[in-house]
Design a protein around this ligand. Structure first.
Ligand code: FAD
Length: 369
């Protein structure tokens, strides 16, 4: 059995890294955590967490402090470009017995995760070089020139992971031809439910996030970020109906990202393993990024606790996690294809079968992992 003396380094203090650190601590290990960014880099915008993310937070004993941070989301409404209802999904029913769906500020989630990880993150510490020695030990070099050896390195360094490259597990993330915009709006219209307005190869989603704030995210089929995201959002989504015109009136600032995917053959090399976006990033259409990262953390810690060796544990971790992350990738692609259908085909289909189609996208994630 692996003991608490195992030397573990977690690279990255995003949701995946902090969740991994938390899970490992709960399992009796003492991981070190580093992040190349300063501690003051507060994550902006909001985040939507489906029921399986809440279940994993519960497993990590972090659900109670996250709960008061945002708003519970019980229904999803899908509208056509003019704002007429296409279908509704009853989230309370879909995720019954699993967990609530929530919308909250990212910064609040990050604060809870950081304290859950023990707070001991070395910020402004970049991993610049990593070498696997004899398949068992990882030699790591940091940006300040110092070196250390570890029995396990957890690469939680995001979709553009350098651990992935340094461990020869895969190359660059692949753009999916989608640009995402995010914003938090105060003083906007009253929106009671998670609401998506579907345009032509574009969608605008808005949901209440507590304390009178709305979290909005919107995406369009495009390959490069525009020079002025706020202008672009008004141009692309300005013609949509429902709550969109009033939300656009109130929007002051927009974050923009070009979305990409990571799909690689193996998640580990010797004692180096990938978690979160570094292993399996997708477009955020299903909002499963945080949930998958949290579930990864729980399973990685469980696998290590029960294993005779690190490599056995990493094999077990990947065996358990692959089917779920594969499901998310495939359903994300399905959903994006559906969104990109001509409205004349898509909208009648959603009026007739929308609830069943959208509920189906999450079915494989309701079951325990
Ligand atoms: C536009 C957009 C909207 C999204 N919306 C949602 C949503 O509503 N719900 C949801 O669940 N998911 C959403 N996601 C996905 C979600 O944000 C991620 O899947 C999730 O945060 C997991 O990220 P991570 O921790 O794996 O990586 P990251 O958040 O990228 O964290 C990686 C960390 O590693 C650090 N790092 C990188 N390289 C090094 C190095 N060499 N040395 C040290 N540190 C390093 C970075 O500084 C960073 O802090 C969205 C994603 C995008 C792009």
């Amino acid at each position: 059995m692996l003991g608490s003396s195992l030397r573990i380094l977690v690279v990255g203090a995003g949701i995946a890294g902090l969740a991994a650190a938390r899970a490992l601590r709960l399992a009796g290990f003492r991981p070190e955590v580093v992040d190349k960014l300063p501690a003051s880099t507060v994550a902006g915008a909001g985040i939507y967490l489906p029921g399986n993310a809440t279940r994993a937070l519960r497993e990590l004993d972090l659900d109670a402090p996250v709960r008061p941070c945002g708003e519970v989301v019980t229904r999803q409404r899908f509208l056509d470009a003019e704002g007429r209802q296409l279908c509704e999904v009853d989230l309370a029913e879909l995720w019954e017995g699993v967990g609530e769906c929530r919308a909250l500020p990212r910064a609040d989630l990050h604060r809870v995760m950081l304290s859950g990880a023990g707070g001991a993150v070395r910020h402004e510490t970049e991993v610049t070089c990593l070498e696997v020695v004899a398949g068992e030990t990882a030699k790591v070099q940091f940006g300040d020139g110092s070196n250390a050896e570890y029995d396990l390195v957890v690469g939680a360094d995001g979709r553009r992971s350098s651990v992935r490259t340094m461990a020869a597990l895969g190359g660059a993330a692949v753009p999916v031809g989608q640009v995402m915009y995010r914003s938090v709006v105060t003083g906007g219209p009253k929106v009671g439910e998670w609401t998506a307005v579907l345009g032509k190869r574009a969608a605008f989603v808005v949901m209440p996030m507590g304390a009178g704030r709305l979290f909005c995210y919107a995406d369009e089929a495009a390959s490069a970020a525009p020079a002025d995201p706020l202008d672009r959002v008004r141009e692309v989504f300005g013609g949509l109906g429902g709550p969109v015109p009033a939300v656009l009136e109130a929007i002051e600032k927009v974050q923009v990202a070009v979305t990409d995917e990571v799909e690689i053959g193996s998640w580990s090399e010797g004692p180096v393993v990938l978690v979160g976006d570094a292993a399996h990033a997708t477009a955020p259409t299903l909002a499963q990024g945080a949930a998958m990262a949290l579930e990864d953390a729980v399973v990685l810690a469980e696998s290590l606790r029960g294993a005779a060796s690190v490599t056995d544990a990493l094999d077990e971790y990947e065996r358990r996690r692959r089917p779920r992350t594969r499901w998310v990738l495939e359903r994300t692609r399905d959903r994006d294809r559906l969104r990109d259908e001509a409205p004349a085909i898509r909208d009648p289909l959603l009026r007739e079968r929308g609830e069943a189609i959208f509920a189906e996208h999450y079915k494989g994630l309701v079951a325990p992992y």
